[in-house]
Ligand binder design. Structure first.
Ligand SMILES: *Cc1c(COP(=O)(O)O)cnc(C)c1O
Length: 428
């Protein structure tokens, strides 16, 4: 695409955008009476207009049916989660039985490590990317300590090369191969939260397996953003959150993927609860845990129906839009335009103040561009916020901007670039 640095060009792309109507399905926050330019879907996706209705339906069931709501009404709560599984397995590239919804993301990472981090003899290490999201670092640290190891020894991190911000797949492969006898688990994010790099998960899973390790992925920034094929890529497990690109509300319900090859593996540990018990006998309340076959066997607690209702409101929109493949085509154009416009701002200013550290290859990124501001970074970020451009800030000098295909426009991108330019003029 030959992009142009004009409002007319942005307006024309919006006019041609087949997904443009979906913006109207969301509540866009305002700033000084005008719609904000919301480029923060990487942190908290916007509220679907239907969210209130989906929630209200379940409040009504609670009001009118009370405990019978588990078994009666249009959507009995006992089976409510089933309605989320179809759309979610499409988003993740999984078989329906490989997916369930439960808990929050970090909790799920712990539960999955209970199953898939099984240190034995000299194979006790976890390999992950350096600079992983802090919660993942803390989860992994505490897991290795729980098994009696020292994180400094038991965690291997893949680091960027000198002077670079993102990772080379070849370096990931090499570090796994070099430590093949000692790695029990390779745990990577799908997309790094800081740089926006989308990793080659298929290659990482294959390399981990060749080494004799499990491969698990944190898809917080990947789910609902980039195409995923967890089953075909052979991932052992994955988890994600629903409040970023999946627009299901702050602290929304998380989910997990467990590859079907593990369904009947009785050597895997689990921290069990009654919601993972085989469904046909759950209410016999018998002694001795017998898991439901499938990812649902990892469930622990009673389904949080209100969170599921919010999740369903959003997932139904994904289905209506044609799923991630349809969204991805627009996303690549939109992010490409944001990249182009940021470079135009630098060119017009005569200095590369805004340095994009996210990979330039569209296959190696999703919606997010991470922009290092080479000077006055915090003041520039504050200027953007004061002028209605909502991105987010990561220490020491990074502004993350994400144009999301469901609700952002090419005009949003154009206008955000005008403000990036204005900020340079206003702040010296
Ligand atoms: C957002 C995010 C989290 C947040 O985890 P919660 O348990 O939902 O607080 C964890 N890991 C990554 C990689 C994230 O991007």
């Amino acid at each position: 695409m030959n992009y142009q640095d004009t409002l007319a060009f942005a307006t024309e792309l919006d006019a041609q955008d087949q997904l443009g109507g979906f913006r109207n399905e969301f509540l866009i926050p305002k700033h000084n009476g005008k719609y904000a330019i919301y480029l923060c879907g990487n942190s908290l996706g916007l509220q679907p207009k239907t969210a209130k209705l989906y929630l209200q339906d379940q409040l009504n069931s609670w009001e009118t049916l009370a405990v019978e709501g588990w078994f009666q009404g249009d959507d009995p709560w006992l089976a409510y989660h089933k309605k989320l599984i179809g759309p979610l397995s499409n988003i993740l590239g999984a078989k329906p039985a490989e997916v369930t919804v439960m808990n929050s993301l970090t909790v799920n990472l712990h539960l999955l490590m209970v199953s898939f981090y099984k240190p034995t003899g000299k194979r006790y290490k976890i390999l992950m990317e350096a600079g992983a999201f802090p919660s993942d670092q803390y989860a992994v640290e505490s897991q290795v300590r729980f098994h009696g190891f020292d994180p400094a020894d038991a965690i291997i991190e893949v680091k960027p090369r000198e002077g670079e911000s993102t990772l080379h797949t070849a370096d990931i492969i090499k570090l796994i191969d070099d430590n093949a006898d000692e790695i029990a688990l390779v745990m990577f994010s799908g997309i790094n939260y800081y740089t926006g790099q989308f990793f080659d998960l298929e290659t990482i899973a294959a390399t981990a397996h060749k080494a004799g390790a499990y491969a698990g992925f944190d898809l917080a920034h990947a789910a609902g953003n980039v195409p995923l094929q967890l089953h075909d890529w052979g991932a052992d497990f994955a988890s994600w959150c629903s409040y970023k690109y999946m627009n299901s509300g702050p602290g929304g319900i998380s989910g997990v993927f467990v590859n079907e090859r593990h369904f009947t593996d009785t050597t895997l540990n689990r921290f069990a609860g009654w919601w993972g018990y085989r469904h046909d006998q759950r209410f016999l309340m018998a002694q001795g845990f017998q898991p439901e076959v499938g990812a649902e066997g990892w469930n622990v607690s009673t389904a949080p129906i209100m969170l599921m209702a919010l999740h369903k409101a959003s997932l139904d929109i994904f289905e209506k839009a044609g799923g991630v493949p349809a969204l991805r085509a627009k996303s690549e154009l939109l992010t490409g335009y944001l990249e182009y416009m940021i470079k135009q701002v630098n060119t017009n200013f005569g200095d590369d103040v805004y340095k994009i550290i996210t990979p330039t290859d569209p296959a190696a990124r999703g919606c997010q561009l991470s922009v290092v501001c080479k000077r006055n970074a915090k003041a520039i970020f504050n200027y953007l916020a004061d002028n209605g451009v909502i991105g987010d800030w990561r220490e020491p000098d990074v502004i993350r901007l994400s144009a999301v295909p469901l609700y952002n426009t090419f005009t949003d991108v154009y206008e955000s670039a005008q403000q990036l330019a204005n900020a340079l003029k206003a702040i010296n």
